[in-house]
Write a protein that binds this ligand. Structure first.
Ligand code: NAD
Ligand code: G3P
Length: 318
């Protein structure tokens, strides 16, 4: 069984390195970048100083990559729908595993719904994992979610390694929502710490943020227990507490009033805006997400956002 990873960012490259014992093809859209990675045998732009193992082949030929039995999609979320549409002829009816985290701004869909346009039972690989940790071979546990049980079992076996431990779930929508929504709460957590509002405020935001995540996920049909696992609570914990997280670091810069490099991938920024619209349309109470969307859009600063959250009517904890 052969594997291809589409998208040679930090995460796609890390997955290709981790799975390279089986032989992996890593696809990148830019032929010059592919040549540079081929010459250096590393992805100097995204994962410097991590050498490519012999089992990793890099290509700019999408047709070659899509000949693999299993395809891991690791292009950023906001590019996924267009990528899937443009390359539908190559991707249709393949075994596809969505690895990006977010909600598409235009359609308000996650990767499972987008990839369902191409294949009957798309899987999702998600959970607490920094690309650098996976690439270094540090122990990591993720959720592999697929509605088709036997396909999920096959993918769990194929994509696990001695240090990359995959737990199976039959709820891809719940798993993808955990990964998408935790990025929004990580921005809020970073903002609180960056603004010097303290660890207690961050703990409150994480907890109330987790309540929002569960509220939306259940309204969209996810299983409640999925959010309690690696893809939800696990990834929320990692991303809200580590400066390695780009979403947290972006929030931290917002809180500090510091500059931010717009070229850095921050999935939670677009996802906050998408989820704020989704929540409003469905009348789901998601105040932290609404504040993060307003911060990202420059409609509020962190002090105003915090004041807005603190001045809400007192209520029962639910
Ligand atoms: N980096 C991590 O630690 C990590 C961990 C888990 C999940 N993820 C998820 O993986 C996804 C990708 O993140 P990343 O960290 O690899 O991003 P990245 O910023 O490192 O790289 C993004 C890559 O996508 C490529 N790209 C952008 N638009 C494209 C398009 N239209 N077609 C093809 N390629 C395109 C860019 O050239 C770049 O190589 C995100 O959804 C992220 O949330 C990342
Ligand atoms: O760097 P971030 O914030 O995109 O987070 C990376 C992963 O999603 C952590 O699980």
């Amino acid at each position: 069984m052969t594997i291809a990873v589409l998208g040679a960012g930090a995460f796609g490259t890390a997955l290709a390195i981790a799975l390279s014992d089986q032989g992996v093809t890593l696809w990148a859209r830019d032929a010059a970048a592919v040549q540079a990675m081929q010459d250096a045998r590393e992805n100097a732009a995204r994962l410097p100083k991590i050498p490519f193992p012999d089992g990793l082949t890099i290509t700019a030929d999408l047709g070659q990559a899509c000949a693999a039995d299993t395809i891991l999609m690791a292009v950023p979320m906001q590019a996924t729908a267009k990528f899937a549409e443009m390359n539908a002829a190559l991707l249709r009816d393949k075994v596809i595993v969505g690895c990006s985290k977010g909600i598409d701004m235009d359609s308000l869909r996650g990767s499972t719904a987008i990839l369902s346009d191409l294949t009957a039972s798309p899987a999702v690989l998600t959970g607490p994992s920094f690309a650098i940790d996976i690439a270094r071979g540090l122990p990591t546990a993720l959720t592999l979610a697929c509605a088709d049980k036997s396909l999920g079992e096959r993918l769990q076996q194929q994509l696990s390694t001695p240090v990359l431990r995959l737990y199976r779930s039959g709820d891809p929508q719940g798993a993808e929502l955990g990964g998408a929504l935790k990025n929004v709460i990580a921005i809020a957590s970073g903002a609180v710490i960056g603004a010097g509002l303290g660890d207690s405020a961050r703990a409150a935001l994480m907890t109330r943020g987790f309540t929002e995540m569960q509220r939306l996920a259940q309204a969209l049909g996810a299983r409640p227990e999925t959010l309690l696992g690696l893809s939800g609570f696990g990834d929320l914990t990692l991303t809200c507490t580590s400066p390695t997280s780009r979403n947290y670091a972006y929030g931290f810069a917002l809180g500090k009033g510091a500059e931010w490099d717009a070229k850095i991938t921050v999935e939670g920024a677009a996802t906050a805006r998408a989820v704020a619209r989704l929540a409003q349309a469905r009348q789901i109470d998601m105040p932290i997400t609404q504040v993060v969307a307003a911060l990202v859009e420059g409609r509020l600063d962190v002090a105003q956002g915090m004041q807005m959250l603190l001045s809400r009517p007192l209520k029962e904890e639910s």
